[in-house]
Design a protein around this ligand. Structure first.
Ligand code: GLC
Length: 419
């Protein structure tokens, strides 16, 4: 145990609101879907019971139709916009109306593998709701093959360049007056701009008008894009859910069918001009034409190839710390603006799972050492400038602390050259 380990545990405990963990105080005061799953992973290193509880409170917010929402508003907090009354989903507890990357089955498997005996009752309890959520993705978001998103926030990579073309087609001019809260917590130059925000709100307003009916939103909503990031997360999550189902003696053939369909659909998001996986605007049929970290989640789903390897090494070698969220050689690269260039420890950790599984240990340990360096130098920030390591966004961030405890913390010795 080092002082950073202690600090990381402390952050998780302080962000614990009783059964669920907030991403960071102030900026994100509710339970966020994938943040919560990473929190569970972090807790699993020192308090497994609390870790399982985190997953259970998340899955307890599942909708009738199987969706697990991206935010759960357990109590009201005026410091965040758009809050529960803007989303108006009519759920109890109130929630947002979109989902987020389905990392839950991936982390559930890792937690169960760490202690199969103690984990068995928990995976048994979680399995039916995880399966219903995966079915929701298959039925309502994979109708075009790869996974589609109906709002950039659904991707978890809010303002990444992947969505620029889809965003251009959204009319944000009629959203009315509102007051953002995020820019009161962190430097506005690190956050999405006002035009983006108007469009984000317009999409929420459409969802409300559609009564949050997923079929209507996919058919007529202002935004619909294929997301390589979610596609790879879901593919990996299907595979991990199959393993969990088999351990429980369940019939997993339906999930195998979803996984096969998704893998067979991957050529639809391969952009030959870019020589990489790419997002696609389903409203126009156009590729995004930009390289981002969503494409590199292919490693997580065992879907990389030599062309993608070449792109990965090019963008990684162009910066100093970790994998950038956008191509440093592209005009849109902005090293401190959220998902338009910065390095995110949480994405590095997901890519690392894939690298490790594929036996690419040299790359995995480089990524781990670079991520560890960022945290050692500056602490548990939301994300970092990959060119000079400047810490950005919120501090005392839950998922960065969790990633330290589960993965990056092991990079210290390596960074110092000790085995
Ligand atoms: C931002 C991130 C998203 C995350 C949330 C809470 O919206 O883009 O991925 O879940 O913050 O940390």
């Amino acid at each position: 145990m080092t002082s950073l380990d202690n600090e990381a545990r402390d952050i998780l405990r302080k962000n614990d609101r009783g059964g669920y963990t907030i991403p960071t105080n102030g900026l994100y005061p509710y339970q966020w879907n994938w943040d919560s799953v990473f929190a569970a992973w972090g807790f699993s290193t020192f308090d497994p019971a609390r870790a399982w509880q985190e997953l259970e409170t998340l899955m307890a917010a599942q909708w009738e139709d199987g969706m697990v929402p991206h935010i759960i508003f357990h109590q009201s907090d005026p410091g965040y916009y758009p809050g529960p009354d803007v989303w108006a989903t009519g759920q109890t507890p109130p929630t947002s109306g979109i989902s987020q990357p389905p990392v839950a089955a991936i982390i559930t498997r890792l937690m169960w593998e760490a202690d199969k005996e103690a984990g068995r009752a928990h995976i048994k309890a979680l399995y039916p709701s995880l399966k219903r959520w995966h079915r929701w993705w298959h039925d309502f978001r994979c109708t075009y093959g790869p996974a589609a998103i109906t709002h950039p926030w659904e991707s978890g990579r809010d303002n990444c360049p992947d969505w620029d073309k889809g965003m251009a087609g959204v009319d944000g001019s009629g959203v009315g007056e509102y007051q953002r809260r995020d820019t009161g917590h962190v430097d506005p130059s690190m956050r999405p701009g006002k035009d983006d925000y108007d469009r984000y709100i317009a999409m929420v307003q459409f969802g409300v008008k559609a009564g949050w009916d997923p079929e209507r939103i996919v058919a007529d909503g202002p935004f619909l894009m294929l997301d390589p990031g979610i596609t790879f997360v879901l593919l990996r999550a299907h595979q991990d859910l199959i393993v969990l189902g088999q351990a429980l003696g369940e019939d997993v053939s339906e999930i195998e069918g979803w996984a096969l369909a998704l893998r067979n659909a991957l050529p639809l998001i391969w952009n030959p001009e870019l020589q990489a996986y790419d997002a696609k605007n389903l409203r126009t049929g156009e590729f995004a034409g930009v390289l981002g970290s969503g494409a590199f989640l292919a490693y997580l789903a065992d879907a990389s190839n030599p062309e993608l390897d070449a792109q990965l090494m090019r963008i990684w070698d162009a910066v100093r710390y970790g994998i950038p969220s956008a191509d440093p050689e592209a005009a849109i690269f902005d090293p401190r603006r959220y998902w338009r260039g910065p390095c995110w420890p949480v994405i590095n950790a997901l890519i690392a799972i894939g690298l490790r599984d594929a036996g690419r240990l040299d790359l995995e340990s480089r990524l781990r050492a670079e991520t560890a360096t960022l945290i050692e130098q500056h602490g548990f920030f939301e994300y970092f400038d990959p060119t000079d390591s400047t810490p950005c966004g919120g501090s005392n961030f839950t998922w960065t602390a969790a990633i330290w405890l589960t993965w990056a913390g092991d990079g210290r010795e390596r960074a110092k050259g000790v085995a």
